[in-house]
Design a protein around this ligand. Structure first.
Ligand SMILES: NC(=O)c1ccc[n+]([C@@H]2O[C@H](COP(=O)([O-])OP(=O)(O)OC[C@H]3O[C@@H](n4cnc5c(N)ncnc54)[C@H](OP(=O)(O)O)[C@@H]3O)[C@@H](O)[C@H]2O)c1
Length: 252
């Protein structure tokens, strides 16, 4: 399918690895110019080179912390008026909520809620003026079905979801959509490190709980993101798309 977004400019935050990288790759395959981002410059440059080689797209690497004002400034200097913004960032580590300090709570809300709102504030008016914009927020399946130890992540992302739900309706008339992707269990470095913390056998046990009997592939996630950014998805906004291999047990 031609996604109709060749030549569009995209910023994909936190995209040197994992789900962000997969989204950047799929958008590059669709013909977008893509800004990729991560804090580790070496890993980021390698990713940028690999995406360029695989897709032939223009890929700009911005080594920066997306959670800081300087990092956001660097992203927007590289691409002042993106047509597509994929908000992504690391999630907080597993922790019993009783142990969280006030500062850790505030940092989690900044990382998984405030940063996506700040970037949206900075890009949305030019999208409205151009009558095209796609904002995809990578949140988590834990927004829908909480996991013990990830309460800060779930809460901050649920806050983002509610915040943006109203914003999405306010810009829908200008062909600007805002959607949310909720990953269940995808085979990325983040998952590997979480499972390592919970011992090796956790991998098999976790996989067995997924009706699809496997973890999600980052490519599957990236392709879905590119579709949500396509011209074909113009009538989809304010939606939460759960990608979890059937793990959430509800009918709705
Ligand atoms: N994988 C899953 O199954 C799953 C499930 C639910 C939710 N999620 C959420 O989805 C998001 C992506 O997860 P993932 O599995 O793709 O993680 P990952 O494989 O660990 O990749 C994280 C990426 O984000 C970059 N990054 C982290 N902090 C950053 C920052 N402050 N500024 C810029 N870049 C930053 C990392 O590069 P640097 O370290 O070099 O900065 C890396 O490129 C996370 O929020 C995660 O909690 C994932």
């Amino acid at each position: 399918m031609d996604l109709g977004i060749a030549g569009r400019k995209a910023i994909v935050c936190a995209s040197s690895k994992g789900l962000g990288r997969a989204c950047a790759t799929s958008l590059a395959e669709a013909g977008c110019e893509v800004v990729v981002n991560g804090r580790n410059r070496e890993a980021l440059e390698t990713t940028a080179a690999e995406i360029r080689k695989a897709t032939g797209a223009k890929v700009i690497a911005v080594a920066a912390d997306v959670a800081t004002p300087e990092g956001q400034k660097a992203l927007l200097e590289a691409c002042p008026q993106p047509d597509i913004l994929v908000n992504n960032n690391a999630g907080p580590p597993f922790r019993d909520f009783r142990e969280l300090t006030r500062q850790q709570i505030i940092d989690g809300v900044i990382a998984n809620m405030a940063v996506a709102i700040e970037l949206t504030q900075k890009v949305i008016d030019p999208m409205i003026a151009r009558k095209f914009g796609r904002i995809v927020n990578i949140t988590s399946g834990t927004v829908k079905a909480p996991l013990f130890g990830l309460d800060l992540s779930s809460g901050a992302r649920a806050g983002l979801t509610a915040f943006m739900a109203g914003v999405a309706r306010s810009v829908a008339g200008s062909n600007v959509t805002i959607n949310f992707m909720q990953p269940g269990t995808f085979a990325t470095d983040r998952l590997a490190s979480n499972l390592e913390m919970n011992a090796k056998k956790a991998k098999g046990e976790r996989m067995a709980t997924v009706p699809a009997k496997r973890f999600g592939l980052p490519d599957e996630f990236g392709a879905t993101c590119a579709f949500l950014c396509s011209t074909h998805a113009a009538y989809i906004t304010g939606q939460n798309l759960l990608l979890d291999g059937g793990a959430f047990p509800g009918a709705f």
